[in-house]
Design a protein around this ligand. Structure first.
Ligand code: HXC
Length: 290
């Protein structure tokens, strides 16, 4: 089995190149990163777990961490065994925002010419579903990163906030946009203009997170949800994700049109046929991502 895996890995590059993909990206699981830790979880390794790992500075997001995060996301995206990804931090902090010490001496010119935040929303390009498991602080860029994920689960002591105003700046990676869409204008304005944080319970009530769990079981629960997602067809999950995300970009009429096109497209997949056939034959579907 192990040698088969090695053999398949050897074939991966040319296959991807043939399929018109960019050069293969290195495997994330087990790779040596400085600011993050990656693992494969779930019974058959179908879940890619990424843990932000700068505990001394509450996982402050430095440029190096963002680069590593993007590499890990790309590697899990390319890994055919992985069907969903969980992004988490530590018990005290998911991430306390962009690294203030790194940003302290930036100028307008350096931000503008070097496209400071250009790679910070790479997560939104990932086709596989991503679940944020947030314990502790999710502040500034940390809250923005969680909001780029498809689902947010929170530990009961989590705190969400956009405190940039207290530093003399404003959110720069979607905070004013995604937060407003998630919780509505009044609460978003209050958080962005005062810098006040909200609890996990308030975040759930406002619709920012879907579920709240005890701190110690949060990641496990997120992995369980990711495993469930990974057991479905990857190609159809990607279509479902695209369709839900379109609700944030389009009018209702345009969104409904796209949804119908994607619904019709599922009928071009073997997995759609398998899903309905399995139902009729009263057995579990065996999706092959085709
Ligand atoms: C750099 C940070 C940091 C950050 C915490 N630390 N947050 N370093 N950037 N964002 C460091 C502290 O300097 C300290 O290092 C160590 O982490 C522990 O933090 P403490 O403040 O001692 O902990 P505590 O008293 O428990 O307070 C926790 C906290 C506070 C409430 C989360 O650290 C805090 O307010 N952090 C800043 C939060 C913030 O403003 N985030 C938004 C950043 S701007 P030392 O070396 O002193 O021990 C942003 C812009 C986004 O995100 C733009 C687009 C991406």
């Amino acid at each position: 089995m192990a040698s088969l895996r090695v053999l398949l890995r050897g074939f991966r590059g040319p296959l991807l190149a043939w399929a018109g993909c960019s050069a293969p990206r290195s495997f994330a699981a087990g790779a040596n990163f400085e600011y993050i830790v990656t693992e494969k979880k779930g019974e058959n390794g179908t879940v890619g777990l990424i843990r932000l790992n700068r505990p001394k500075v509450l996982n402050a997001l430095c440029g190096g961490l963002i680069m590593e995060l993007n590499q890990a996301l790309d590697a899990f995206e390319d890994d055919p065994a992985v069907g969903a990804i969980v992004l988490t931090g530590g018990d005290k902090a998911f991430a306390a925002g962009a690294d203030i010490k790194e940003m302290q001496n930036y100028t307008f010119q350096s931000c503008y010419y070097h496209n400071f935040l250009a790679r910070w929303d790479h997560l939104t390009q990932v086709k596989k579903p991503v679940i944020a498991a947030v314990n502790g602080y999710a502040l500034g860029g940390g809250c923005e990163l969680a909001m780029m994920c498809d689902i947010i689960y929170a530990g009961e002591k989590a705190q969400f906030g956009q405190p940039e105003i207290l530093l003399g700046t404003i959110p720069g990676s979607g905070g004013t946009q995604r937060l407003t869409r998630a919780v509505g204008k009044s609460l978003a304005m209050e958080m962005v203009l005062t810098g006040d944080r909200i609890s996990a319970q308030d975040a759930k009530q406002a619709g920012l997170v879907s579920k709240v769990f005890p701190v110690e079981t949060l990641v496990e629960e997120a992995i369980r949800c990711a495993e469930k997602i990974a057991s479905n067809s990857k190609i159809v999950s990607a279509m479902a994700k695209e369709s839900v995300n379109a609700a944030f970009e389009m009018t209702l009429a345009e969104g409904n049109k796209l949804e119908k096109k994607l619904f019709y497209s599922t009928f071009a997949t073997e997995d759609r046929r398998e899903g309905m056939t399995a139902f009729v034959e009263k057995r579990k579907a065996n999706f092959r991502d085709q």
